[in-house]
Design a protein around this ligand. Structure first.
Ligand code: PMP
Length: 495
């Protein structure tokens, strides 16, 4: 008994220690699990960034197999891409520009005090009352630096361009179509909107004023119409002029020049069209800031008179061929933006002002003034795109006839002061493999998402591929294309 009584506390002590140990192990396991769960939650939270940028991890049981985020929040967007990941290159997301802006650092940071930008109005007395004056100045300055579009009064009697800011070029495009059609005669409505195929596949909002009428080259009739002229063109990068002659006075062009910048094409002329659309998305890559702008020499019927006899005059505007500029189209576009979104975020305009200022400074300020010299956006983007085009063309050549691309073009660039090759923002990739009629479906089998040619009024054997995604995504694209051989029967084994 005495022995037992001596043992009992010993056993009790062991039991207690075991219970304590078990508790500790359980706590440790719980702690580790919570830590891992938390880390996983944070990883998943950053993953949409990668997804939106074109990386869709394939369904996988092993979480570590897919996009892995490095721990540093600074670098959370530099996602590794698993070899078999779905590459979403369907949209023109310009994430290629991220490393440039990381390199620029705080110089491009905008700080807005809580009490700022509160009113709806930027300048209530102006035609575009929601346009921030600094933003307008930054835009005009950049166009003067690059020389790609007229922004000043050329002294030709046409007056200066009016600026309208919008929520991306997308809103301004709708605004421009509205402005050019809302006052058309009732019998002309809805006014047809056309564009030469393959055309930028934008969705027109439903309207009683206008309607989408497809390929400009297939358009007939002498009715009033609007032509969208996208140059360089989305999807194929071609430099374009209006397909239809508007000499009859019934056609009104809208020039979508969002890719008319030195990284994509040679700047050959200072464009001076009636309505020109631009966007921050494609100049600097800030698509998320949602800032676009239109410059418009809006139209006015020139009341131009010819003497028929001493006291008899023919008013030519009634013959519908004499046009001059006035504020009218700009005013209607402003009305459209006002009605749809009551203006445009001032915060975004201020951010855009800062960003554009950094771009212009790097080209305008003396290089010695700042050490180290500020990085130059157009040089960066051109180098990046030129290298990508070289790699993609080599991959397509290596595919031994499975694919082909739009032809390479070049021209003398007034901005770069040299002859440069065009580096379009999109590849217009054609599947030449026998028996493949739907290139988008074929590429989907390779986990590559691209927009099918028929969505641009073009050939389903073609697809549009975004050239402006992140390096990791682009590198995988090139590897997959290069590993495909025309004679290879099972293409899915290719990567
Ligand atoms: N025009 C063209 C030709 C485009 O490619 C785009 C963007 N894909 C836009 C307009 C619209 O640009 P955002 O709305 O981003 O300013």
């Amino acid at each position: 008994m005495a022995g037992r009584s001596r043992e009992t506390p010993l056993v009790g002590g062991w039991l207690g220690m075991c219970a304590l140990l078990a508790c500790n192990v359980a706590s440790l396991a719980y702690f580790i699990r919570s830590f891992l769960d938390d880390r996983r939650r944070r990883r998943t939270a950053t993953r949409p960034v990668a997804n939106a940028a074109g990386v869709h991890p394939p369904p996988a049981d092993d979480d570590d197999d897919v996009a892995i985020q490095p721990p540093s929040s600074e670098q959370h967007y530099i996602a590794a891409v698993a070899p078999g990941a779905v590459l979403n290159l369907e949209l023109g997301d310009p994430t290629m520009y991220e490393p440039f802006w990381r390199g620029v650092g705080p110089r491009a940071t905008t700080v807005i005090p809580g009490s700022d930008t509160m009113s709806y109005f930027s300048d209530a007395g102006e035609l575009c009352w929601f346009l921030e004056p600094e933003f307008e100045r930054a835009v005009r300055r950049l166009h003067r630096v690059v020389g790609n579009a007229a922004v000043d009064d050329d002294g030709d009697g046409g007056g200066a361009y009016h600026f309208v800011v919008g929520n991306g070029a997308t809103q301004l495009f709708q605004a421009a179509v509205y402005a050019l059609s809302c006052d058309a005669d009732e019998e002309s409505k809805p006014v047809p909107v056309v564009s030469a195929a393959p055309y930028y596949s934008t969705n027109l909002q439903l309207s009683g004023h206008f309607r989408w009428a497809g390929d400009a080259n297939a358009f007939t009739g002498d009715r009033e119409y609007i032509e969208l002229v996208c140059s360089p063109n989305n999807p194929d990068g071609a430099v374009r002029e209006a397909a239809l002659s508007s000499s009859s006075g019934t056609g009104k062009p809208i020039h979508d020049l969002v890719y008319y910048w030195p990284q994509y094409t040679a700047i050959t002329v200072r464009a001076a069209h009636d309505i020109m659309l631009f966007t921050l998305s494609k100049i600097t890559g800030h698509a998320g800031t949602r800032i676009g702008y239109a410059t418009s020499i809006a139209w006015l019927w020139l009341h131009c008179f010819i003497a028929l006899s001493d006291n008899q005059w023919l008013r030519l505007s009634d013959c519908r061929w004499a046009l001059v500029r006035d504020r009218d189209v700009a005013r209607k576009m402003v009305y459209f933006v006002d009605r749809s979104t009551i203006g445009v975020s001032k915060d975004s305009q201020l951010r855009a002002t800062k960003i554009l200022g950094v771009v212009s400074d790097a080209y305008e300020l003396p290089r010695a003034a700042a050490a180290p010299p500020p990085p130059r956006l157009f040089d960066f983007a051109r180098r990046c795109l030129a290298e990508r085009w070289r790699a993609l063309r080599a991959a397509v050549a290596a595919s031994s006839g499975a694919f082909s691309l739009q032809e390479e073009t070049s021209g003398y660039c007034n901005f770069a002061k040299q002859t440069v090759a065009a580096c379009p923002a999109f590849a217009w990739l054609r599947c030449d493999k026998d028996g493949i009629e739907d290139c988008a479906a074929f590429l989907a089998g390779l986990n590559i998402v691209a927009r099918g040619g028929e969505q641009f009024g073009g050939d389903a054997r073609c697809v549009r591929v975004n050239m402006m995604d992140r390096d990791q995504v682009f590198d995988l694209l090139v590897r997959r294309i290069a590993s495909l051989k025309i004679e290879q029967p099972d293409y899915l084994d290719a990567f």
